[in-house]
Ligand binder design. Structure first.
Ligand code: FAD
Length: 481
């Protein structure tokens, strides 16, 4: 029995957003606040897309492998969880990413911040771009005033392709921006919202006109020199495990998908509305509901409440398939990989019109603590338009495909000690042009339902730091006054 006056909160979905919300509520409870929560997770474990497989000295990320250092919320959480000694930067002294052209790996120039160069010499010496593209880069700072005047006001949106093209032309947009963003969103830059996925660049444009000038100035500061990605020695799964360990045991319901949630017309002192949450076996009443499921599930749950709310949340989502291959030192003895973090595969190139390989990571070079000394860990990331077909393939077929595609570039691969396949269907919501306006309307409509909070990767960012921030903020917003 809950003590009288306790606020009861249901959290639907145990991905990082939902677990962060539960973690914050447990912290509030330990601080003496009258709150309690039930975390419903459809699957057999917490973490959702965050999953770390540890075996034989290998630390294999099945989903995200790091967070963007600049966004501080993940680091803050890690420190709070006592994981300060576990935090590791990406090995930026080896930060080189290649772009596949034909079957050749062409390095991205050093010092790029996405598609913006901080180092002129590296850019001009790079074989990646044509003379025309290099001239477009060189002209960009001189066009600062014109570009500033062309910048859209903060409340207007355009596609990533239009934005990048305005600064550097279409070659840079297709050759670099497209595969870089495909590696994050699996999407098409002609549809992705610049305002949602690259707000920092838009702000630079509004302030200075030239992105090159802004990035070069920033590169001279300490923040500009910090490692781009951060992770944990034992893998990102540790964040989930540590948060989960702080939750009261009776808060977590695994393998319990929520089938429906309905507001019950019954006022309480705290929230005004109560919520009836139905699973296969039980129906339980709560004072508030935090919906942290993937967007397609949230759409279904919200439809009976408000069809427009559900419609606003309908968005394309792309699928991802990860194939990881871990080689022992003996197996890797004859494997010669280029120095760097991995490579991107532009989808436009003629040689790869049906190639679903979007990127490959040389994991042991990107981060320390991922392999036993001398071991090698490779990760292939498949996605894009052909992903729906690939999702139907067997593990064996996907492993064979990964070996073939990586083998074309890196030479024949030895047998791997561990191979692992993960399918993440419809896991990456596509923030199309106008996304933030739709989300603003959605959030304003959702306010009509007291005690309802919507969090997860469909709203304000797909990266882990954003989701941690969102989950914790949602929990705090439900704190008793
Ligand atoms: C391959 C890949 C690589 C990525 N790499 C990075 C990276 O390096 N860095 C980064 O910051 N981000 C990365 N991302 C993005 C990031 O991992 C995700 O955006 C994030 O993990 C999503 O978290 P979430 O809590 O919103 O959703 P999810 O992790 O999808 O969790 C939602 C949970 O809800 C559960 N659920 C579904 N239906 C129900 C129901 N009816 N009732 C109860 N529970 C339900 C699901 O089982 C799931 O556990 C990557 C994503 C992918 C797919």
């Amino acid at each position: 029995m809950k003590p009288a006056g306790t606020i009861k909160i249901a959290i639907l979905g145990g991905g990082i957003a939902g677990v962060a919300a539960a973690y914050e509520l447990a912290k509030m409870q330990r601080a003496g606040l009258p709150v309690e929560a039930t975390l419903y997770e459809a699957g057999p474990r917490l973490g959702g897309i965050v999953e770390t497989h540890r075996e034989a000295g290998f630390v294999i990320e099945c989903g995200p492998d790091s967070w963007v250092t600049e966004k501080t919320w993940a680091r803050e959480l890690a420190v709070e969880l006592g994981l300060e000694d576990e935090i590791i930067p990406s090995n930026d002294h080896w930060r080189r990413t290649y772009v596949l052209q034909g079957n050749q790996l062409v390095p991205m120039p050093d010092g790029m911040r996405m598609m913006v160069p901080a180092d002129w010499a590296a850019l001009l010496n790079s074989p990646l771009f044509s003379t025309q593209a290099k001239l477009a880069y060189l002209r960009e700072p001189r066009r600062a005033e014109e570009l500033k005047a062309a910048a859209l006001p903060p409340d207007q949106d355009e596609s990533v392709r239009d934005f990048v093209q305005r600064h550097f032309g279409d070659e840079v947009a297709l050759k670099l921006a497209a595969p870089l963003l495909a590696g994050v969103f699996g999407g098409d830059i002609a549809h992705l919202s610049a305002r949602s996925v690259m707000p920092a660049f838009l702000e630079m444009e509004r302030e200075r006109g030239s992105l090159v000038q802004a990035v070069q100035q920033r590169a001279r500061t300490a923040a500009g020199r910090a490692a781009v990605f951060t992770s944990l020695k034992s893998g990102l799964g540790t964040l989930i495990e540590r948060m989960a360990a702080t939750l009261p045991a009776d808060w977590v319901r695994l393998q319990t998908p929520v089938l429906s949630m309905d507001p019950v017309e019954q006022a309480t002192a705290h929230t005004g509305v109560r919520w009836s949450v139905r699973t296969q076996k039980h129906t339980v009443t709560f004072d508030a509901v935090v919906v942290a499921t993937p967007a397609p599930v949230a759409c279904e749950l919200l439809r009976p409440l408000d069809a427009r709310l559900s419609e606003l949340l309908q968005m394309d989502a792309s699928s991802a398939i990860i194939v990881a291959m871990a080689f022992t030192p003996q197996q890797a003895a004859n494997l010669r990989l280029p120095r760097g973090f991995g490579f991107l595969v532009p989808q436009q190139q003629e040689s790869a019109p049906h190639n679903a390989l979007l990127a490959a990571t040389f994991v042991d070079q990107k981060f320390s603590h991922r392999v036993p000394e001398g071991g090698v860990l490779l990760r292939a990331f498949f996605g894009g338009a052909t992903a729906p077909q690939l999702l139907q393939e067997s593990d064996a077929a996907l492993i064979a495909l990964a070996r073939k595609e990586l083998g074309k570039v890196l030479g024949k691969l030895p047998e791997a000690h561990i191979t692992l396949v993960r399918r993440w269907p419809n896991s990456l919501p596509q923030y199309g042009v106008g996304h933030l306006d739709r989300i603003a309307e959605l959030e304003s409509r959702a306010q009509a339902f007291a005690g309802l909070r919507l969090i997860g990767n469909a709203y304000h960012g797909v990266g882990l730091p954003d989701l941690i921030r969102e989950g914790r903020a949602a929990a705090r917003s439900l704190a008793p006054a």
